[in-house]
Design a protein around this ligand. Sequence first.
Ligand code: CA
Length: 380
Amino acid sequence: MQRRDFIHKLGLGALAVGSAGTLTACGEKECAPSAAAPASGTAPATANHTAPIKWRMVTTWPKNFPGLGTGAQNLADLITQLSGGRIEVKVYGAGELVPAFEIFDAVSQGTAEMGHGASYYWKGKSEAAQFFAAVPFGLTAQEMNSWLYHGGGMALWAEVYAPFGLIPTAAGNTGVQMGGWFNKEINSLDDLQGLKMRIPGLGGEVLSRLGGTPVSLPGGEIFSSLQTGAIDATEWVGPYNDLAFGLYKAAKYYYYPGWHEPGTTLECFINKAAFEALPADLQAIVLNASRVANQDMLAEYTARNNTALRTLVEEHMVDLRPFPEEVLAELQRVSDQVVAEIADKDPLSAKVYASFRTFRDQVVAWSDISERAYLNARNR
Ligand code: CA
């Protein structure tokens, strides 16, 4: 489907296309308020709006970090462009307005109107938040979007963020990540014993229960830690981001698949009071711009990972390997335990887990005879 058709299907055609005729680029001139099309008889609040509404978007990413930071910027540009400049969204990289892990509070308190991050960072706020980013042996990107948009997931996410005065949206996806970089071969479960690996979140907990030592490190410290031997292994994202970090210079073996992050959803969250102050058409633009950004980031990662993987293997002679079956089977067994334990934390986590688990167990049957069967057939 063409982008323009997609926007028409969203019912945003007149506002969306405008003179620029495209959604990707947002040159200063096209986005300037003076170039805005007049609002076509919507809410009275918009009719007399001359000054643009200025919103701030705080993020957990370095500004314009490839894929993630650029995805946040893309969302901000889309909102400005689709609204004909009636909302101007300015993006702040991690630490520019508030530190990365304070963006949730900043938007909750109204210091900024929007945030862009990943919900598993907020498990300290609500354990249930972990279900809306990545779950080990959970949903692929396609399945995640299906659960969120058409399987009840989005309503649950809204319920989890409501006590904080926040409205969440899915606003990007990395697709399935890589298993990570290792400075030794992983041939059996014994090779996980004592393994010091940078792997955050639920995946780290799984590694810990299998005898490894999970380490939390911000992105900027990964390369030097791996190179000096302070850690034995690391996961990051996938070929696109991993190549940019030069991780192939610090470890020889590149394992797949990313069992711990099978389709990581990035999020946008919006201050509820700021959102509710918008007229209905601008609310629709903000929500639907997120849907476009959500899909676009996945498309970008798929395209860039593909070319970056070839560079890693063909130019940098990376040793690309699948995890052994025995290792994957045990990782899955322990992952299912760790994820199920989240349900014991509080009633809302139990409710989200039940929905997530039911959806995963049911969608497996369809994914097996559709995506998996087709991919197997194509690769025969
Ligand atoms: Ca990762």
